[in-house]
Design a protein around this ligand. Structure first.
Ligand code: ZN
Length: 172
């Protein structure tokens, strides 16, 4: 690499050097103060802390493509059993990248780009029109899991990337 090439990660490292100068979170506890765990999409437009009025130390934010619960169960289980969270919010959102492909398409792309056989992997896409259904499906997956608490509030939402508003989706 030449010294004129600056990657995004180089920029991140520089930003971190600035960050440590005013860092104040060292006295926070690992146990989330609001005792809540949030499962949300990794979408770059969503800042869960800001849009949900949270601060460092307040909550566990478990993020993945789509905010899918099946992929978050391990983290939720640890969050509840070891770190004391007692509520779960599942947040999917409008205009999600998960509505832009099918399993067949991403498997083909992986075969072409990486020579990988991903036919056994479910990438969990959903239709943009069925965003409420994807939330309900994930609420149901949560309810069927033996490794997460069933005696606590678990609620599902759709976040609107146009307005920033959160709308609750009630289970079936
Ligand atoms: Zn998304």
């Amino acid at each position: 690499m030449t010294n004129v090439t600056t990657t995004a990660i180089d920029g991140i490292l520089e930003a971190n050097q600035e960050f440590v100068k005013t860092y104040e979170a060292r006295d926070l506890l690992a146990r989330p103060a609001k005792k809540v765990a949030i499962v949300a999409c990794m979408d770059a437009r969503i800042d869960p802390f800001r849009c949900l009025g949270l601060a460092e130390g307040d909550a566990h934010i478990i993020r993945n493509a789509g905010g899918r619960v099946i992929e978050a169960l391990r983290s939720l289980s640890i969050s509840q059993q070891l770190l004391g969270t007692e509520e779960v919010a599942i947040i999917h959102h409008t205009a999600c990248g998960m509505a832009t492909f099918t399993d067949a398409e991403i498997r083909t792309r992986l075969r072409e780009n990486l020579g990988a056989d991903a036919d056994h992997i479910a990438f969990l896409p959903f239709s943009a029109k069925e965003i409420d259904e994807s939330v309900r499906a994930d609420l149901a997956i949560y309810r069927r899991s033996p490794i997460v608490r069933q005696d606590i509030p678990v609620r599902g939402f759709v976040y609107d990337v146009e307005t920033g508003a959160l709308r609750e989706v009630l289970p079936d």
